[in-house]
Design a protein. Sequence first.
Length: 323
Amino acid sequence: MGARVSLKDVAARAEVSVTTASRVLSGVQRNVDPELAERVRVACEVLGYKVNAAARALRVQSMDAIALVVPAVANAYFAELVSAYSRRLGHLGKRLVTIDTDESPEIEQRQLAGMDRVLVDAVLIVPAAYERSGAAIAELSRSGRVVQVDRRARGVEAPSVRLDNTAGVRILVDHLRSRGRRRILMVDAQEDSSSSIERTSAFRALAGPGDRVLEMPSFTVASGIEAAKRLLADPHEPDAIICTADVVALGLLTALQHAGKRVPDDYAIATFDGTFVSATAAPGLTTLGSVAEGMVEASLTLLEGGGGDVVLTPELVIRGSSG
């Protein structure tokens, strides 16, 4: 293996000073003759010299990267959120570093504690839990730029962008009531997250005598299947179901159909998220439209110091599952 090519070798090949070569490669090209800058770039190509990204970041005080910490990349909602951030940051010439905490405040705490070793300019985080995520996020926000996305954690002063969950629940309940449904089951999960707390609280405030909440452990297709088994075994079956995630709604819809039930005749179904899952299910799922793009834009504005918390207004997308 040959000797490693150095910046000094590049400067010698381009016949410029080491200082000039360094300025060109660090992106600081003020007062550098364009011809000299081109010679430096050509020398890099000929010699196979690669710029040390970490060293460059220290020189220019910018990593051109943002970390996104999510609870579960496997969940279609968070997968689409990651995709939306990746596209937007790509257009801005920045990188996205994605960290999956597996819905665990303990894993989240360990990841955030080591964030000083990750070369990023800021951190966007979907807190795993309202109560247990607060301390780690608050500590991180004291030394860096942090924005909470989709959820919040108690005791954290960092700004947030999230859906108006209370309004969302009201929209879905009103829609199902308008279809003549009187016994609504809300299938929720991750009950220690701020979104779950807000949604179940709003639902209980609107609930009638035949309405109730079923808490599942996670936002997964498996949770939806298990929820279907439980409601089918209940003598007081609902006539409508609100799922707080598309993936749960998909599992529930599939299990009901396998049991010979008809949607929406036997059960009307509505859900949150508005991911591709809601559009590709059969019948299509009535849902709150996706706010991923709005969250991306609002959170990046907040990172630049653009105001306080942002609450996004939900909109209803009606499909066959609610009749």
